[in-house]
Design a protein around this ligand. Structure first.
Ligand code: SAH
Length: 392
């Protein structure tokens, strides 16, 4: 009933099939569902995992520590539940971003409302649907829709029942106090693989909104020197407020730059460790209610990705480490990027990744050295991680 609407051109589907063969439908199907756990990272600079879990449980919220990553906690996701549309006058349409949160039980906020009929009054029971008309949740309107044009922020619909249900992380007091940060488990492995240590100079080339940067700060106990770059002003603003919420401001420099040219604009940097987490086609991100991708998106992303790595390698110390990560699954944006950079730059060598979770890479000479997560197999986001060392 809630089958995902995928608008992928034939070449994107081919790229997915190169990775998953006959299992590509199982992969696409998994994208339409959330994983069975929703993860958050505990800000271990300020609180212990036990304290956070105790305070959540004291309010009746189930939360558990991850089996391998000690800073990770998870909330079980319940569902799917059936949501039916009865009253066609009381339908509120949410944009894609908002709909994907509402699908998991978040409230619908005013900026995410695309359409809200004048007949809806504050206190009415409404159904929230996607742009394609798929019902995803029921709730109580907090606004008179007639006024929606004049409202900027706040809750539009308080969700009572949704297809899936997980705690509304950004409404938890632990979130507001900067004690937790919602992040997928797979993404947390990127910083674990980087292993940033006190006193090291660590650069995050594509940092905003700062998920991995915050993890670098916490994991190195606030004792690494961290420089975070991003090009987007809007995302840098978002990152600054995240960093303030987490109280990480003293531990980090945030600079705006085009990270394809760090070796020119910041040629003095000699980093011990660099994380390259570039823009990608995000094919591994779940749950998705709908999505559109063209093969040209894969090509465009891959052209940027290799440039970030070229520049990163020039501002890295000899003996330094680069971790490259993406939340997509195409070979073009993952294995092939790394295979090209190591062919081009004879000083960069692959380093094996030694975590138990996930599986190895695919179809390339150095597949054994990569870490991959597959949504339908590992119950995570689709993810790729590679680790490189500069040897000369
Ligand atoms: N690492 C982040 C997510 C990064 S998403 C986290 O863990 O939270 C990719 C980021 O790359 C986006 O914020 C985007 O603004 C940034 N980006 C895109 N092009 C860039 C460029 N040329 N230089 C620097 N950053 C860029």
């Amino acid at each position: 009933m809630w089958a995902m609407l995928l608008d992928y051109d034939a070449s994107v589907i081919e790229a997915v099939k190169r990775v998953y063969g006959d299992l590509y439908k199982a992969f696409l199907d998994a994208l339409s569902r959330p994983g069975s756990r929703m993860y958050a990272r505990v800000n271990t600079l300020r609180v212990t995992v036990g304290e956070v879990i105790d305070s959540l449980r004291a309010r009746g919220i189930s939360a558990f520590q991850d089996e391998e990553l000690s800073e990770a906690i998870y909330f079980p996701v319940e569902g799917p539940f059936n949501i039916e549309l009865h009253n066609y006058d009381k339908v509120v349409v949410a944009d894609k971003y908002a709909a994907e949160s509402v699908y998991l039980g978040s409230n619908l906020y005013i900026p995410g409302v695309i359409r809200c009929p004048n007949t809806v009054r504050s206190g009415d029971e409404v159904t929230i649907v996607t742009v394609q008309g798929l019902p995803i949740a029921k709730g109580i309107s907090m606004i008179n829709c007639r006024d929606v044009k004049h409202l900027r922020k706040g809750i539009a619909v308080e969700v009572v029942r949704s297809i899936y249900r997980a705690p509304k992380i950004i409404e938890l007091p632990e979130y507001r106090a900067g004690l937790i940060y919602p992040q997928s488990l797979a993404a947390m492995y990127a910083v674990r693989v980087l292993d940033p240590r006190p006193k090291e100079l660590v650069v995050d080339t594509c940092a905003a909104p700062g998920g991995k940067t915050g993890h670098i700060i916490e994991y190195s106990m606030g004792e690494a020197f961290v420089i975070a770059f991003d090009y987007s002003k809007r995302r840098l603003e978002e990152m600054k407020s995240e960093i303030e919420r987490l109280k990480h401001t003293p531990f980090i420099e945030i600079w705006r730059a085009d990270s394809r040219y760090l070796h020119i604009d910041f040629s003095w940097i000699r980093a011990d460790k660099i994380i390259v987490d570039p823009p990608c086609t995000s094919l591994g991100v779940r749950p998705k209610l709908y999505d559109m991708k063209r093969y040209s998106d894969i090509v465009a992303a891959s052209k940027y990705q290799i440039q970030f790595l070229r520049s990163a390698s020039k501002i890295l110390k000899v003996g330094g480490i680069i971790v490259y990560s993406t939340c997509t699954i195409t070979i073009e944006e993952n294995e092939e990027i790394i295979e090209s950079i190591i062919k081009e730059d004879r000083c960069l060598k692959l380093v094996d990744i030694e975590f138990k979770r996930g599986s190895r890479g695919i179809l390339t000479p150095h597949s054994y050295a990569y870490m991959r997560f597959h949504p339908h197999i590992h119950d995570t986001t689709g993810y790729f991680i590679a680790k490189l060392m500069k040897t000369c």
